[in-house]
Design a protein around this ligand. Structure first.
Ligand code: GLV
Ligand code: MN
Ligand code: MN
Length: 410
């Protein structure tokens, strides 16, 4: 029987990290890339790793790494991200970081020098909640980014990514130094963020694949006019047109579920005024599918739906694709190792597809990669009430630790 007592502190560490939020009067956690609160969480993680004897360092994009040196330089990597969406929860991402730190610390105490080296990384960014780009941290360690693409990134306050880096003592010209070639495999532990494990009363999800996803920004231009004097039939109301587009996208989401899904998460009237017909509206589209061919079909249908509504309401539209991530399967032999470890520990498990995006999605393009999920209460995530019970947090940590130890020692 495993003594779970040492693992109880994971929940306390997560509560402490949840204090670093940009919007303290709002429920939940808002910790976007390179904000002062993000920087405070980064310092906290450095201290946590230092306290566990993992010799931490910060790389050229702000990822925090800690490491146990093995007999070989070949390295098994674990971790996740420590940024959040606006008004997100205390578990998404940072659970995998804290549990990874703790797993390495336990392994270090037990078997001083493993065969392979082990590393934990706290990725600087995964959510794309400040700049229109996702997974900057994992892209940087793979060298999977383009200077021209990154140079264009600006947040909604007009601050460029490069300026934000500079404010944190980072120089974009050194970004290439974050690139690593000694990683052999990546294991990410994460809360499920959906209801399947809880509904099935299952302790551990072994991820089979990660949905591909795409994000667009749609600009709808009509004509601003007087709200009292302009007859309805003469209007080119950008908001009414955008509303019809949102409903059409939602209908497509219903048609594609469960193999695909679509969401409008942002809708903004530009220079809106209470007594004016809206002339300019912008909205986002996030759509995902288990297979890239399905996502492509869904993309075509969403585009047609937007164009049809634009014609009907006499407005002009411009669709700007912002980010794309391919669908990826998880590595079969790593999945088997996780399953076998969960079984040995006596925990129930099931295969599960991830409809959420993860750093693992990027890393899987270059390395054998697998993910472990634990249940999310009521399937809630990207929500202030996101919650995972302490027992589930401990279960996931034990399976992670056991998997890493197996991979490092054979
Ligand atoms: C990231 O959490 C995403 O799936 O959008
Ligand atoms: Mn998230
Ligand atoms: Mn996440």
């Amino acid at each position: 029987m495993i003594d779970l007592n040492p693992y109880r502190r994971i929940e306390d560490d997560l509560q402490q990290l949840a204090q670093y939020t940009e919007e303290p009067t709002r429920k939940g956690v808002t910790r976007r890339l390179y904000s002062p609160q993000w920087a405070a969480a980064q310092r906290h993680l450095v201290q946590l790793m230092r306290g566990e004897g993992l010799n931490p360092w910060v790389d050229a994009v702000g990822n925090v790494h800690g490491r146990i040196e093995g007999r070989s330089r070949h390295t098994i990597l674990t971790g996740s991200h420590f940024d959040t969406v606006r008004g997100g929860g205390a578990y998404d991402g940072v659970y995998g970081v804290v549990a990874g730190i703790f797993a390495l610390s336990q392994i270090k105490k037990r078997c001083r020098v493993p065969e392979k080296s082990l590393e934990v990384v706290a990725f600087c960014e995964e959510e794309g909640s400040r700049f229109p780009m996702t997974c900057l941290g994992s892209r940087a360690i793979l060298g999977a980014w383009q200077p021209e693409e990154v140079a264009r990134l600006v947040d909604d306050q007009g601050t460029s990514l490069f300026e934000a880096m500079q404010m944190n003592g980072l120089d974009w010209r050194s970004m290439g130094e974050a690139n690593r070639s000694d990683y052999e495999a990546y294991i990410e532990l994460h809360v499920e963020q959906g209801p399947e494990l809880e509904d099935a009363q299952c302790a551990i999800g072994v991820v089979s694949e990660i949905f591909g996803q795409e994000r667009w920004l749609v600009s709808v231009r009509g004509d601003s006019a007087h709200a009292g004097t302009t007859p309805l039939a003469r209007r080119q109301d950008a908001l009414v047109a955008a509303s019809a587009m949102v409903l059409a996208i939602n209908t497509l989401g219903y048609r594609y579920e469960p193999i695909g899904i679509a969401t409008v998460g942002i809708l903004e009237v530009i220079h809106g005024s209470i007594n004016c017909v809206p002339g300019h509206v912008q909205f986002s589209v996030d759509f995902r599918a288990a297979q890239d061919s399905v996502r492509q079909r869904l993309a075509d249908e969403i585009r047609h739906a937007i164009e049809d509504e634009a014609k009907r309401y006499g407005v002009r539209v411009n669709i700007s694709p912002k980010t794309v991530a391919q669908a990826v399967p998880m590595h079969e032999s790593l999945r088997n190792t996780i399953s076998e470890r969960a079984r040995a520990i006596g925990l129930s498990q099931m295969p599960i597809a991830s409809r959420a995006g993860h750093d693992a999605q990027i890393i899987a393009q270059a390395l054998p990669t697998a993910m472990i999920f634990v249940p999310s209460a009521q399937g809630l995530s990207h929500h202030p009430d996101e919650y995972t019970h302490r027992q589930h947090l401990m279960n996931g940590s034990v399976v992670l630790e056991s998997t890493l130890e197996k991979l490092a020692n054979g």
